[in-house]
Design a protein around this ligand. Structure first.
Ligand code: FAD
Ligand code: UDP
Length: 371
């Protein structure tokens, strides 16, 4: 039996803790926030499950992960179909025939493709090397200017020409009239919210959880007292930033309860112009088809923010420079922290979705217990 300390009660930490506990190991989980579940935390307000850290839609094409997460919650049939508001003009997302029709009046896929072909010709034969070039190459200049440039630059705090192309490849481009934001086979929102998933994972008798507890308040003692540490906080902070700071993007959420039934008619509305200071407004009740108290709705505006030490690091900024620095931290970890496993969005410095985080945790579990 091994004594594990898991730092962080998010999805990575909880999945690891659950799997280790099931195998008979003893696990202590410490979490610096006053609640479990990390960024997938949801809380009920006026009968509505509020996604406290931004819209979370579970989607995956991995049947094993879908079955895995369904052990802990029932999922509804929610399909994400956000709309973009560009200075009052509304466009469907992801980029599909509805978007192309509204923008250019084209009706057939061939007409849309011809329009995009014409617009992307400004790139010539150049292979796209950054987000701007990648976007223009995928959907042309009009969509880039109206729906991508402003949103992306405020979201990331960098010029689109300084951002990696892969970020925009997350979004499908479709020549069908299909507003489903994701291409995945499975998608939904857990009925009753996400927190229950982590709650059930951590309910095992071999697991104890301590909230409001920061690893760095007692780092050396923790490292001495446990056989192994699973660390899901920031890898650069673990090493006291000694190789330099990794870059993160932070967010500020402003949540309001409104005395009306239906504020925006959709769960997610993106504001894609550069001037509006927030990137999106989510109206939580639409994730569960309008459930909740009559005459009330809860909305959250999401403002991107620069990250400074002490702020919440929501997104790793995976450009070349940061990835190189991360690799140096990873090498340092392999050399100097042999009894520490670094996991999750912050520990592995990767723009993971929830399904990928569960997968990464299960791979770690396999290495740890079966490898
Ligand atoms: P986290 O959830 O960040 O958990 C890490 C935990 O460690 C935190 O609770 C933190 O407080 C704690 N911690 C950190 N340092 C310390 C310390 N020193 N001591 C103690 N505790 C510490 N994914 C999707 O699949 N679909 C979506 O729609 C989606 N939308 C998203 C929207 C936003 C705005 C964001 C930010 C993310 C979104 N994600 C989405 C990604 C999803 O949130 C992550 O994949 C998942 O939460 C990562 O889990 P984790 O355990 O790695 O990290
Ligand atoms: N994006 C955009 N306009 C939109 C939505 C997304 O330009 O209306 C870009 C933006 O750069 C964003 C990326 O596409 O960071 C990925 O979008 P996604 O919805 O996956 O972002 P996340 O949910 O991770 O914030």
């Amino acid at each position: 039996m091994t004594k594990y300390l898991v730092v962080g009660a998010g999805l990575f930490g909880a999945t690891f803790a659950y799997e280790a506990a099931k195998r008979g190991h003893e696990v202590k989980v410490i979490e610096k926030r006053n609640h479990i579940a990390g960024n997938i935390y949801t809380k009920e307000v006026n009968g509505i499950q509020v996604h406290q850290y931004g819209a979370h839609i579970f989607h995956t094409s991995n049947k094993k992960i879908w079955d895995y997460v369904n052990q802990f919650a029932d999922f509804n049939r929610y399909t994400n179909s956000p709309v973009a508001n560009y200075n009052g003009e509304i466009y469907n997302l992801p980029f599909n025939m509805n978007t192309f029709n509204k923008l250019w009046g084209v009706v057939t896929p061939a007409e849309a493709q011809a329009k995009i072909e014409e617009q992307r010709s400004i790139l010539g034969d150049k292979r796209p090397e950054n987000l701007e070039e990648q976007a223009i190459s995928l959907i042309g200049t009009d969509i880039y200017e109206k729906l991508i440039k402003g949103y992306t630059e405020k979201q990331w705090g960098h010029k689109a020409t300084d951002l990696p192309a892969f970020i925009i490849r997350r979004l499908p481009v479709r020549f069908t009239y299909d507003n489903n934001y994701f291409n995945d086979d499975f998608q939904g929102i857990p009925v009753g919210g996400y927190t229950q998933i982590v709650e059930k994972m951590l309910a095992h008798e071999n697991i104890s959880v301590e909230l409001n507890t920061d690893f760095f308040a007692n780092k050396e003692a923790y490292l001495n007292d446990y056989d192994k540490v699973v660390f899901t906080g920031m890898i650069d902070q673990f090493f006291d930033y000694k190789l330099g700071e990794l870059e993160y993007r932070s967010l500020r959420f402003e949540t309001e309860v409104l005395d009306e039934d239906n504020y925006q008619g959709n769960a997610v509305v993106n504001y894609t112009d550069a001037e509006t200071p927030f990137t999106r407004i989510i109206e939580h009740k639409h994730f569960e088809f309008g459930k909740g108290e009559k005459g009330k709705t809860v909305i959250t505006r999401e403002y991107p923010a620069n990250w400074q030490r002490g702020d919440e690091p929501y997104y790793p900024v995976n450009n070349k420079e940061n990835n190189t620095l991360y690799t140096s931290y990873k090498e340092l970890a392999d050399r100097e922290a042999k009894n520490v496993i670094f996991g999750g969005r912050l520990g592995q410095y990767r723009y993971y979705n929830m399904d990928q985080v569960i997968m990464a945790a299960l791979v770690t579990v396999e290495k740890e217990f079966e490898g």
